[in-house]
Design a binder for this molecule. Structure first.
Ligand code: FAD
Length: 454
């Protein structure tokens, strides 16, 4: 067996599979590893919601109907108490992750240039001369070594490779537990209840049920739903499964007869992307590189995009014969100046949201401080419009809530600063340390200013 490849991919979740799909079609010799089997591929518990634009923007075909459980037309966002509701229109799917993953894989798995190893546990990177040269993998009862020009770390939140990189490499960047959510979800099937508007998925903001997160109700069909909640990590909040059992099951939607089809929990990153997705001989994508939407935790589309850019970066590096950090750098510039900039701005917004009380969220939505029609703009552009702020000013002045107004103004300012800093992401690795200092300053200044306002 050839154990020398162009590229090694560790992890075949959404990010790793999309990287494999592109690289295989580009003709590279690729070895890909996952400890799951075909039946459990893409098996991380998930809400399974995917914006329709995401596959297209990552150079993929649309998911075929056989991999779609439900088609989504809008998202309802409920304020605490559920009296106020925003409806945000947008097309998407509830996908069958296992089927979609296998469908992508089936397109490339028989190619001569692809070796896929399932049931294979990635143990560690092989590092020589200060660069990743390959990985050690347990396959059955043997430990084997595989070598390549580039290793893609796509093992999700477990970061099997990344956690074992030298701590002085900038790509080794552990996550603060407060920048994570711990989530739990059940997929249930009602016995005698038909869901109203199954094409609308629902998000409920409620700091008592889901502190620092939200709970969701995503219909998969007229009778089946993916229901779950995420709570902010590192805060000492109760575990989400316990909250689900004690509180959520009392909600009218769950006070009907149903059977639980499957139940599981998992952590996810909810922050801006890693400072760098490129290290010597290694690229990091997906949850392993913190490429997620910090506000709603959606990570599939972001992982697809990072994977697409990783494949392009490898193609460019190959054409130039330069697999150094510099040679692979375009993954960083492409990701950071696009989705990364939005992620950074939304990370600021997430930090603000997590500090709000139920009363403040309810009040803000009732008074439409960010009006329904601007929610999509804020979340897709990573900006609060000036006109939105002007309107909020009038409302909040009239209602004598100066501290909320001051906070909203700080949030809008720092969303802009964070976004701008990511748009100016350095062109080459040498300037990265300086850039990291500036981005850390923006975030710590923001935290301090918000704290000042109480
Ligand atoms: C409860 C919950 C709900 C969510 N809801 C949504 C949603 O509705 N929409 C959305 O877009 N995102 C959602 N997310 C986030 C989304 O699930 C992740 O962002 C996405 O799965 C990340 O893809 P990934 O490929 O980076 O990682 P993963 O999906 O975690 O895949 C990593 C792969 O690496 C493999 N692996 C790990 N370690 C090793 C090892 N040592 N050796 C071999 N293989 C290894 C794993 O088996 C896995 O297959 C949710 C997350 C949670 C926890």
């Amino acid at each position: 067996m050839n154990k020398r490849y162009d590229v090694i991919i560790a992890g075949l979740g959404p990010a790793g599979t999309v990287a494999l799909w592109h690289l295989a079609r580009m003709g590279f010799y690729v070895a890909a590893f996952d400890w799951r089997t075909s039946d459990t591929l893409w098996g991380k518990p998930c809400g399974d919601a995917l914006g329709a634009h995401h596959p297209r923007e990552a150079g993929l075909p649309d998911p075929p109907s056989s991999t779609i459980k439900n088609t989504v037309k809008a998202i309802d966002i409920y304020a605490p108490g559920e009296k106020v509701r925003y409806r945000v229109y947008g097309d998407g799917y509830i996908i069958d992750r296992n089927k979609f993953g296998k469908w992508l894989l089936s397109d490339v798995i028989d190619k001569d240039n692809v070796d896929v190893f399932l049931g294979a546990k990635v143990l560690e990177p092989i590092i020589k001369n200060n660069s990743v040269k390959g990985i050690r993998v347990r396959i059955g009862d043997r430990v084997e070594e595989f070598h390549a020009n580039v290793v893609i770390e796509a093992t999700g939140f477990s970061r099997a490779i990344r956690n074992k990189l030298p701590h002085n490499w900038l790509i080794y960047e552990p996550i603060d537990p407060k920048d994570t959510n711990i989530a739990y979800r059940e997929i249930i099937e009602y016995e005698d209840y038909e869901i109203e508007e199954p094409e609308v998925i629902r998000i409920y903001l409620d700091q008592e049920i889901a502190p620092g997160g939200y709970w969701w109700y995503f219909p998969e069909s007229k009778h089946g739903v993916n229901v779950g909640l995420g709570v902010q990590g590192g805060m000492g909040y109760p575990n989400p499964m316990q909250i689900y059992r004690e509180k959520l099951t009392k909600h009218p939607l769950l006070s009907r007869n149903y059977k639980v089809v499957t139940a599981a929990g998992a952590p996810l990153p909810t922050r801006r992307p890693s400072n760098t997705l490129v290290g010597p001989g290694v690229l990091v994508i997906g949850d392993a590189g913190y490429t997620v939407n910090p506000v709603h935790g959606g990570g599939m589309g972001y992982g697809f995009r990072a994977a697409y850019y990783a494949a392009k970066a490898i193609e460019e590096a190959h054409n130039r014969g330069d697999f150094s950090e510099k040679g692979l750098w375009s993954l960083n510039t492409n990701y950071m100046r696009g989705l990364g900039a939005k992620q950074a701005a939304l990370d600021i917004f997430r930090r603000f949201l997590q500090r709000l009380s139920n009363d403040e969220i309810r009040y803000g939505m009732e008074k439409k401080l960010i009006p329904e029609q601007d929610v999509l703009y804020t979340s897709s552009a990573g900006e609060i419009k000036i006109s939105t702020l002007e309107k909020a000013k009038i409302v909040l002045r009239g209602l004598r809530r100066p501290s909320l107004l001051a906070k909203l103004k700080i949030v809008a300012d720092y969303m802009k600063k964070a976004k701008q800093a990511y748009l100016e992401y350095p062109e080459e690795p040498e300037k990265l340390p300086q850039w990291i200092t500036s981005i850390e300053r923006i975030f710590s200044e923001f935290e301090a200013k918000l704290a000042e306002k109480g």
